[in-house]
Design a protein around this ligand. Structure first.
Ligand SMILES: Nc1ncnc2c1ncn2[C@@H]1O[C@H](COP(=O)(O)OP(=O)(O)OP(=O)(O)O)[C@@H](O)[C@H]1O
Ligand SMILES: [Mg+2]
Length: 1022
């Protein structure tokens, strides 16, 4: 009886079962080899169905069978499983053999849930007046099975056997109607994507121990085919060669052969990713890593990048007060290199953003700005000697000028230290030259099979991959970011499609358009966001790449928790990510890719942007009340893009004033120009006129330092005009003094003196004695240049006396050194020595290292002129020690040459050679051609004394070639003289005459008198 029913059922749903399966089941044809494989088994039983069918007439029964079983067959098929056996009221289905998928347990679970639902819908059976519901109970289990054809040649059957099968059958038997019981193995394979009730233990027939079973409830979300990508990266493709270059460089830098690497390429091509990969190298754990991402709006913020690097080194927190900052700087310098303690004030200036007046800034000499850079370098070198250092600068297309300048200067000396410097930049936005001598890696698109592989791994569902891969490959063009974005787009498309269509991928994707730029893909993704969330994203974009929660909260006026919720959602969509902040920092998020931020920002209406910038500015003012100077650049940026012109001018100006003391004059210029532009577009009342005059003056000063003389002149004139409208006397005298300095620099002595004198008149009215002393000193120096030594002497004397009465030590030292130059000029070496020594003792008292080292050098020369060799050598050596201390290796090289010259005078050839070698080493590292020319010249003079004429000649030639190429006329002229003198000694009259005449011509043309007497004498004697 039972047997008969079974066949009846089989007959009935034959049409629904795939050919291959039915044929195997009923006829046992075909041949499939036996194998061991992991299989997921489903047992389904429709409780009481057979009994029910008996009460019905056959036609009715057939109909019911159709309604109940046909869908089951369809569902199993849809998920890629097959029906293996019919068993009375139920059946056994298998997933994973003979055809397997990597997610067979999931497929089985999904199929079971769908079957359960289908039976619930179709299981209401009317018998007479009553409605009877039938329900299924299901068991699922996963495990190792043996499958294959079993049976005789005449009747073969595809069978699965093993413990798993038995256990599954038991699970099903224990499942209550309407329930799905799953075994432990299945549970572990599917738990992420399904809701499952807690386990319970079950006594199962044929098993000694209790087994753990779970009840499968429902699917979680429809993220069926994508791996959950949150915070994980795409699998890394290709880039073998590039990684090798990086690894080798890393090894070299570890061995103290510093490396600079540039990684360039278009947006999203994988620059940052490549850097991430190198940080997985095992050698990396030996390194300290300092890294920094530049962002677009920080371009104008001087030292934004370096500041952060040093902040990290010193461990400074944002809310540290000035004293705390100074203390940390000192402690850390002590630890890293205590010989640099003298420079702690430079670091505190860098990190504490103190603002100084224009007059104070003018006191700081150009030399000081060099020192500033050198001590920063020196600290990095010393830091790297504690532990190798990897510095990463990302998106250098947006680096601020001052930091860029610094990095460029670094690279030469860096070769000597265990430092690796990696910087990345977007090719298309590249504004500056590469750092000379850096190794360059240019990232090209992934090749097709790499793209293909990446796509396959990102799209897990095979049919979607097959459907889309060609379109993705051709659109993405090997750009991994593009690939990722397209795949995300597909994912979202799939999620947003109607439920009924789920599963039918061909239908979903047949006319799916892939936008043709990564921008539009990203934009499309943004457009899919719910309105509220999208607005939050847009607003955040006005903050820049980084979203500081506290600040953002003030702008959105949302409760902290609500805002955080929004941000978390945006993070889920992978638009932003939370950054694990250093302990000192507040909690913040960042856009996952600058692209998203740019697009969101560009989508905002101008009006909205401006109002958001105003809001942000105002919120920042409140938040950072006590540290407002530290935020000047940010505030300048926001207000500049807002409607609040007054604030814009105010902060732009402040930002400029902050840039000047850091010697970031180019940045200062830009800030001042911006602020002038805004100010001049407003109504000009007295207040604005006064502001304009001041800003023009500051602008002109910055321009004069960077050598923009025409602009300086124009802007000083403007400053003067505005100033005279407001009758601001103090400013007027300052402007006039600056004009004097400008014309002095330009060699227009008389004009310079005229302006200084005008300035002096007003300054006297104002009774500003310090400025008076400064102006008189300046006049004195110009008189010396003019050759009017006696007037110069009188001026300098007056300035010195004035300085003494008002105790203006800095100006006093300047005037003293100028006085030294005076005595130099008039050949009174002893007096010059006295003056220098006085100056030295003051500088030593003040620990003014720049003046100390200058004066030491001057002393060396003065002694050398007096032929007091021992003293000269002493001071040159002192100067070398000092140079070393402040990291001024150029100056060290120069002093080594002076030493060599001094020893050559004494015919100590061994020592001369020694210093030549030392100096040569340095200038080679620095790639300083002129320094090397000095080395050649000294070598030539050495060979001349050793009477190795040929060698001497070669080196004179070499030196002269370089001098002439770089327009160093004085050294060129002097070298010709020395060469001529050598030929004179050898009595090579014609040649000697040629060189001497050449020398004479050059030296005369620049008004250098030193050798002219000797040259005439020799020419006469020829
Ligand atoms: N070789 C690669 N294999 C797999 N995925 C990659 C590869 N290179 C980059 N990606 C992925 O592509 C995305 C973009 O890469 P990345 O952020 O490194 O680009 P980028 O060149 O730094 O772009 P940008 O110029 O905007 O800074 C990242 O999600 C990254 O994980
Ligand atoms: Mg990048």
């Amino acid at each position: 009886m039972k047997e008969k029913k079974q066949n009846k059922i089989l007959e009935l749903y034959k049409p629904y079962v795939p050919e291959a399966v039915t044929s195997r089941i009923s006829e046992g044809k075909g041949s499939l080899p036996s194998e061991r494989s992991e299989t997921t088994i489903i047992f389904i039983d429709i409780r009481g169905f057979t009994k029910l069918a008996d009460q019905l007439d056959p036609e009715k029964a057939t109909e019911i069978i159709n309604n109940l079983f046909a869908p089951i067959v369809g569902i199993i098929d849809k998920y890629g499983g097959s029906i293996n056996k019919f068993l009375g009221d139920g059946l056994m289905a298998i997933f994973g053999t003979p055809f397997s998928h990597e997610d067979d347990p999931e497929r089985a679970a999904r199929a079971s849930l769908e079957i359960m639902k289908s039976i619930e819908e179709n299981g209401k059976i009317k018998i007479g007046n009553k409605v009877k519901s039938v329900k299924a109970s299901i068991g699922i289990n996963t495990g190792l099975c043996i499958s294959g054809e079993i049976g005789s040649d005449s009747r073969k059957e595809f069978t699965v056997i093993g413990d798993t099968v038995n256990l599954t059958s038991r699970l099903q038997a224990n499942a209550a109607p309407g329930k799905i019981l799953i075994g432990e193995n299945t549970f572990y394979r599917i738990k992420g994507n399904f809701t499952i009730s807690p386990p319970h233990k079950l006594k199962v027939k044929g098993k000694r121990d209790l087994v753990t079973v779970y009840t499968l409830k429902s699917e979680k979300k429809k993220i069926s085919f994508f791996e959950q990508k949150k915070n994980s990266h795409s699998p890394f493709m290709g880039r073998k060669k590039e990684l090798k270059v990086l690894k080798e460089a890393l090894k070299k830098s570890y061995q103290s052969k510093g490396q600079v690497i540039e990684i360039s390429g278009e947006l999203g091509i994988g620059k940052s990713r490549l850097i991430l990969e190198i940080t997985k190298d095992s050698l990396i754990k030996e390194f300290n890593i300092l890294s920094r991402n530049c962002s677009s709006w920080e371009e104008s913020k001087p030292y934004a990048t370096l500041k952060e690097i040093f902040t990290k080194i010193f461990g400074i927190k944002f809310d540290d007060n000035l004293r705390e900052i100074d203390r940390k700087i000192e402690n850390k310098i002590k630890e890293i290199d205590s010989s640099l303690l003298f420079a702690s004030s430079y670091f505190s200036r860098l990190l504490s953003s103190k603002i100084k007046s224009l007059e104070e800034i003018m006191e700081q000499s150009k030399e000081e700005s060099n020192l500033f850079i050198r001590v920063m370098k020196k600290l990095l070198w010393s830091f790297s000697s504690q532990r190798p250092l990897l510095m990463i600068f990302e998106d250098v297309q947006w680096i601020d000028n001052a930091s860029a300048e610094f990095l460029i200067q670094c690279h030469k000396e860096l070769k000597e230290y265990p430092i690796m410097l990696i910087y990345s930049l977007r090719e298309s936005l590249k504004k500056r030259d590469s750092i000379a001598g850096s190794k360059r890696i240019k990232l090209l698109p992934l090749v097709n099979n790499e793209s293909d592989k990446l796509i396959r791994l990102l799209i897990k569902e095979n049919d979607i991959y097959q459907l889309m891969k060609d379109r993705i490959i051709s659109t993405a063009n090997g750009n991994p970011l593009f690939i990722e974005e397209i795949v995300r787009g597909i994912k979202e498309k799939r999620l947003s499609v109607d439920k009924e269509k789920q599963g039918n991928n061909t239908e979903i994707f047949v006319d799916f358009q892939i936008p043709d730029t990564v921008q539009s893909i990203a934009r499309a993704r943004i457009d899919l966001l719910p309105v509220g969330l999208k607005e939050i994203l847009y607003q955040a974009s006005v903050l820049g790449r980084y979203i500081e929660i506290n600040l953002f909260q003030r702008i959105t006026n949302l409760q902290n928790k609500v805002l955080l919720d929004f941000l978390k959602k945006l993070q889920k969509y992978e638009f932003i990510e939370e950054i694990k902040p250093a302990p000192q920092l507040q909690r913040y998020f960042a856009f996952t890719h600058s692209l998203i931020q740019e697009i969101a920002y560009n989508s905002l209406l101008f009006k909205t942007r401006r109002s958001l910038h105003t809001k942000i500015g105002a919120a920042m003012e409140k938040m950072y009340l006590s540290k407002i100077d530290a935020k000047a650049e940010e505030l300048a940026y926001h207000f500049k893009n807002s409607d609040d012109k007054e604030k814009a001018v105010f902060y732009l100006n402040k930002a400029g004033d902050k840039a000047q003391p850091l010697y970031a004059f180019k940045n200062a210029i830009n800030y001042y120009l911006d602020s002038i532009k805004i100010l001049e577009s407003t109504k000009l009342e007295k207040k604005q006129l006064a502001q304009l005059s001041e800003i023009y003056n500051k602008l002109a000063f910055s321009q004069s330092v960077v050598g923009e003389r025409k602009e300086t002149e124009i802007n000083l004139t403007k400053a003067l005009e505005y100033c005279r409208k407001t009758k601001g006397k103090d400013n007027e005298s300052l402007i006039l003094m600056n004009m004097g300095n400008l014309y002095g620099d330009m060699g227009q002595w008389d004009r310079a003196i005229k302006y200084f004198k005008n300035s002096l008149l007003i300054t006297k009215e104002l009774n500003n004695l310090k400025r008076k002393a400064r102006i008189i000193n300046n006049i004195g120096l110009i008189n010396l240049f003019k050759g009017d030594t006696s007037s110069g002497y009188i001026n300098l004397k007056e300035s010195l006396t004035l300085c003494e009465t008002i105790k203006a030590e800095e100006i006093y030292i300047m005037a003293l050194n100028n006085m030294g130059i005076y005595y130099d000029m008039v050949g009174e070496w002893r007096k010059a020595l006295d003056i220098y020594k006085r100056s030295l003792s003051i500088s030593e008292k003040n620990n003014n290292i720049i003046e100390i080292s200058n004066t030491m050098g001057n002393l060396g020369f003065a002694y050398s002129s007096l032929n007091e060799s021992e003293q000269a050598i002493y001071y040159f050596k002192e100067s070398i020690i000092l140079s070393e201390k402040i990291g001024d290796i150029y100056n060290k090289g120069i002093n080594l040459i002076h030493l060599g010259e001094e020893y050559l005078k004494k015919d100590n050839f061994t020592k001369t050679k020694y210093y030549i070698t030392k100096a040569e080493e340095i200038f080679k590292i620095l790639e300083d051609k002129l320094g090397l020319a000095d080395v050649y010249r000294l070598k030539a003079k050495l060979f001349k004394k050793l009477e190795r004429w040929k060698d001497s000649e070669i080196f004179f030639k070499n030196a002269i070639k370089v001098y002439s190429k770089f327009g160093d006329r004085i050294n060129e002229g002097e070298s010709y003289y020395e060469w001529g003198d050598m030929l004179f000694i050898r009595k090579n009259k014609d040649l000697a005459k040629g060189k001497l005449l050449k020398s004479k011509k050059i030296l005369e043309s620049i008004g250098a008198k030193k050798y002219l007497g000797e040259i005439e004498e020799k020419l006469d004697n020829l």
